[in-house]
Design a protein around this ligand. Sequence first.
Ligand code: SF4
Length: 330
Amino acid sequence: MSRKIFESRQKLLLKRKIHSLMKPYDILVPTHLAIETTNMCNGKCIFCPHNIMTRSLGVMNMELFRKIINDAKTIGSVEFITHGGMGEPLFDKSIAKRIATEKSKLNCRVQLHTNGSLLDKDNIQKLFEVGLDVLSISLNAFNDHTYKDITGLDYKKTRQNVENAFEMKEKTQADTKIRITMVKTNDMPPEETENFRDYWRAFTPNVAVHPSKNWAYFTKNEIKGRKYPCKWIWYMMSINWDGKVNLCHEDFDARFVIGDLTKETIVGVFNCDKIRTIRRSFYENGKSLPILCNDCSRLKLDKFWWLGVNVNELPNGYKKYSERFHGGTF
Ligand code: SF4
């Protein structure tokens, strides 16, 4: 068999497998909640649309937070929670308390995305104590001046915070995994990413350099290549600090709100007409998608998720997608 025929057969098999995994007519429940407990941020990262976001700034109130967690507990499907969204979660003074609640009520894995600038020893200790599973720190540069240009923050201070976190993890034998990440911008010299990897790999094997994404409609999609159906709308719910639910976390300015958890339930929002129509569009032909999906750089990246996912039915008849590998990042 020629290589060309082999490759086209592989593509066809993958297409069929993905198609068989899409369940647009079932009642789906999320396994992943992305909870933005605040959208306030002190960073000015050049690849982030925070500075053009028109949503009002705030912090999720505890009443709403408890409502969401109680609702999730009733459904029993949530395996993973991430905190980040459009804000720096350490601006939320209750973040450790919330993580403790999530861990005790839902027994799920929790990941926190931070820029590290507010990660003082007190915060590190609290996060370790409540059993945070993954502390993901976006450093985004290696040198002082590059860091300042890219994030607007003070590198020496942030680097010290991060090194303190490693030291305290070692000392306390905390189970929290520390991840160090960087977004590679177009004009970044290769030595910046190489030095970054070399330096942080001395502390942890969990070092990742990602290409810059386009936030659906913030910049032009520069990631070319084959597209796969979006994975996020099948298993992840993106909740803003005010309870509004976006189609996905790419919708930084909540232009495509699908529901409001101050008044609705997780199951109701996750199966509303808006999102079901989009699931059907992906299932049928990938046409008639909303404008934010049309040129989203996420689509190209979703192949591996589809290859490692299962669909399970819960005792109440709802279906959920479970990842066999909790990469736990987006
Ligand atoms: S294609 Fe992009 S914008 Fe559309 S739902 Fe998926 S991640 Fe969001």
